[in-house]
Design a protein around this ligand. Structure first.
Ligand code: ZN
Length: 347
């Protein structure tokens, strides 16, 4: 079978790998359908990693995928051959101190597919077939488009961020950064009952999709830096701000826009930065982080497959595996692409 393997920065190869053996008890063999290219895949491709995380051995990329169940191991009752599933890339140990506290997204021994954080690296999902524990294959409740189902992972990230925000019922919400995570946060906040959603970005193209996914107001702060001034009136007018940029300027602006006792949810992973602490103190702001997801993954699968949340329009274009380089180049262009996916095998 074929797999997409990163060897180093700008060294991406489609390689022949051994087809996995039959699934053992409690496992299933999947044939992967669609695989979404995420920001971290792009970092491995362009820079060989991010921060201190580096590719130190060949690694199959990918952690967003849908699949069809090809074979079930003994004792697996919740899945049948032919089921369409979303693949949960997250495998917490279930035994460590953090898992036992219920914080499985903070597991001390996490195996997260397509991540070079641990060594040997956790091999990813951009391959034709793989065997996983049955619990990592989450069945769609209704016949679902494999492309939309492959959005379950990033959507779960955003549902988790919304959960970290607390109740959004009737709230005025700001979402900074309208890439895939920003747009999916808008969809999640809309579903959670936000009253008014204001979206901003420094490039105009992604804002069109932000509007389609539920933003009431879409502001291009690249060409109109004063567009958010109305949100800063008084001591600020925003109840909850989601930062999906990790950028110092965007964070400072969000803090300025938050009303007293407002909440900043940091989703974007930036570097260390100067932070406007005085405003946090004097406006009594809550600042929370949000990292990955836990049981929001099955929630995401349910919302997508039932049609309760319509994410159509998110997938810009799909490419066959042999055109992976073109796919990665397009995925890195924010003006032309939202989510780009690889077709690992046909549905
Ligand atoms: Zn653990």
């Amino acid at each position: 079978m074929r797999a997409l393997v990163a060897h180093a920065a700008h060294d991406l190869r489609v390689e022949e790998r051994q087809t996995p053996a039959d699934p053992a008890a409690g496992e299933v063999r999947l044939r992967i359908l669609a695989g979404g290219i995420c920001g971290s895949d792009l970092h491995y491709y362009h820079h060989g990693g991010f921060g201190t995380v580096r590719i130190r051995e060949p690694m199959i990329l990918g952690h967003e995928a849908s699949a069809v169940v090809e074979e079930v191991g003994a004792g697996v009752e919740e899945l049948s051959v032919g089921d369409i599933v979303a693949v949960n890339p997250s495998k917490p140990c279930g035994r460590c101190e953090e898992c036992r506290r219920g914080l499985r997204n903070e597991c001390l021994d996490m195996v997260f597919s397509g991540s070079a954080m641990r060594f040997p690296h956790a091999q990813g999902l951009f391959r034709e077939r793989m065997v996983v524990p049955a619990v990592q294959a989450v069945r769609a409740g209704a016949p679902a488009d494999p492309a939309l189902l492959a959005l379950a992972e990033p959507f779960a990230v955003c549902l988790h961020a919304v959960k970290r925000a607390g109740s959004l019922l009737g709230a005025t919400v700001l979402v900074s950064g309208c890439g895939p995570i920003g747009c999916l946060t808008i969809a999640a906040a809309r579903h959670a009952g936000a009253g008014r959603i204001i979206a901003c970005d420094v490039v105009p193209e992604p804002l069109r999709l932000a509007e389609r996914l539920g933003a009431d107001e879409c502001l291009d702060v690249g060409t109109r830096p004063a567009a958010l001034d109305a949100c800063k009136e008084g001591k600020g007018r925003i109840d909850v701000a989601f930062d999906c940029t990790g950028h110092p300027q965007a964070l400072a602006t969000a803090v300025e826009c938050l009303r007293p006792r407002g909440k900043l949810v940091a989703v974007g992973l930036g570097g260390s930065l100067d932070f406007p602490l005085p405003s946090v103190v004097t406006k009594e702001l809550d600042v929370v982080g949000s990292f990955r997801f836990d049981d929001e993954f099955s929630l995401a699968v349910g919302l997508i497959s039932s049609g309760a949340v319509d994410l159509s329009g998110m997938v810009t274009r799909t490419f066959p595996l042999e055109q992976a380089k073109e796919a990665f180049d397009l995925a890195g262009d924010r003006a032309r692409a939202m989510k780009v996916q690889l077709i690992l095998s046909q549905a």
